[in-house]
Design a protein around this ligand. Structure first.
Ligand code: GAR
Length: 204
């Protein structure tokens, strides 16, 4: 397999994108970031992209608030293709991606979710885990399919839930593992040594 050509979509601080940048710069991931897009104007992820001289831009996804569809979806696909992207990385992108984008990059759209799926899909998953009384929480990196946080799982990592945890402290502990899990999942994809068999991703 050649170098991965990544297109990164995010909405927030971009710490997961940072972990990918760091892995590439340290020579621990055979990839390059061709384009970073944010659906939130002024999102920190775009500042981080600029700091690393990566092409970054704001993608206006209105009128929808929770999905990427219509003209914005078309524009997104066009920009990713123009940039030569072969793998789309959702890094804190808080919108549902629709079948058109998935069809443009078959089995090449990856997401990170702050929970041990299939538990707690959706938003604020760390708070859902805490409120439920879970003793462990964690992170899942998975291929994106037409459902919500439901595609084949590439990597999962767990963290303990501590007695005095708040949603913020638990999320912070999960994020430490996210920053290990995303580069690890992308290394698996870059190696080409995996197959998707139904719901299972067989590695090696
Ligand atoms: C991360 O915790 C990521 O798992 C979560 O948003 C945060 C983004 O942080 N994603 C979701 O909840 C997706 N449903 P970041 O902007 O610092 O990478």
């Amino acid at each position: 397999m050649g170098k991965l050509k990544l297109g990164i979509l995010g909405s927030g601080s971009g710490s997961n994108m940072q972990s990918i940048v760091d892995a590439i710069e340290a020579g621990n991931l055979d990839a390059e970031i061709r384009l970073v897009m944010a659906d939130v104007e002024g999102a920190k992820i775009l500042d981080r992209a600029a700091r690393h001289s990566l092409k970054g831009l704001y993608l206006d996804c209105s009128p929808w608030k929770t999905k990427l569809e219509g003209p914005a979806e078309d524009r997104c696909i066009e920009l990713l293709k123009e940039a030569g992207v072969d793998t789309v990385v959702l890094a804190g992108f808080m919108r549902i991606v629709k079948p058109k984008l998935l069809a443009a990059f078959p089995n090449r759209v990856i997401n990170i979710h702050p929970a041990i799926l299939p538990a707690f899909p959706g938003v604020h998953s760390w708070k859902q885990a805490l409120d439920y009384g879970c003793k462990v929480a964690g992170v899942t990196v998975h291929f994106v399919d037409a459902g919500t946080d439901s595609g084949p799982i590439i990597v999962q990592k767990t963290v303990p839930v501590l007695e005095d945890d708040t949603p913020e402290s638990l999320h912070a502990r999960i994020q430490v593992e996210e920053h290990v899990a995303y580069p690890e999942a992308l290394r698996i994809i870059a190696s080409g040594k995996y197959s998707i068999e139904g719901r299972r991703v067989r590695i090696g």
